[in-house]
Design a binder for this molecule. Structure first.
Ligand code: 4NP
Length: 160
């Protein structure tokens, strides 16, 4: 059976989306659902293609138990048709995705912020690339929170 496919997207695919990819993969493995759900990530910008996640994100994520080994890649047209759920980290990512897609992706495009708990300080995952360590911690806090809620929704979808 074809696995449900979820794709996390940010700008460079070296900070936020590979972190979300690693966190969600970890959650799925813990729940024994990785054989039913495939996770991937990519960027709307291809300038970091082939690179491992930013060393700062790798270090902060490793402290929480996530080993981030994804290699950055830009989004391709086939992602738009092959993925069941495309998760944008911020509004700019969503806008770029809609502009780039040659098909209507509205039914499968969701915002990471929509899965955050009400008490979170932001309703999107901000880009930590140009900031300090706190930005990476905040991004990971938000990503862990959103992924936990996303998992609940994916479980429901798998039962449908
Ligand atoms: P990301 O962060 O979108 O979370 O991977 C960024 C990485 C690189 C750049 C911007 C954001 N950049 O401009 O190179």
């Amino acid at each position: 059976m074809k696995r449900y496919k979820i794709l996390f997207v940010c700008l460079g695919n070296i900070c936020r989306s590979p972190a979300a990819h690693g966190v969600m993969q970890h959650l799925l493995e813990m729940e024994g659902l990785d054989h039913m759900v495939e996770v991937d990530s990519c960027g709307t910008y291809g300038g970091h293609q082939g690179q491992l996640p930013d060393h700062r994100m790798r270090r902060h994520a490793a402290r929480r138990g996530y080993d981030l080994t994804h290699r950055s890649r830009p989004i391709e047209q086939r992602d738009f048709s092959e993925c069941d759920m495309i998760v944008a980290m911020d509004e700019a990512n969503a806008r770029d995705l809609k502009r780039m897609a040659r098909i209507d992706i509205t039914p499968r495009l969701v915002m990471m912020g929509d899965y955050l708990s009400k008490g979170q300080p932001l309703d999107y995952v901000p880009d930590p690339y140009y900031g300090g360590p706190d930005g990476f911690e905040l991004a990971l806090d938000l990503i862990e929170d959103a992924c936990a809620h996303l998992l609940v929704e994916i479980k429901t979808k798998l039962q449908q």
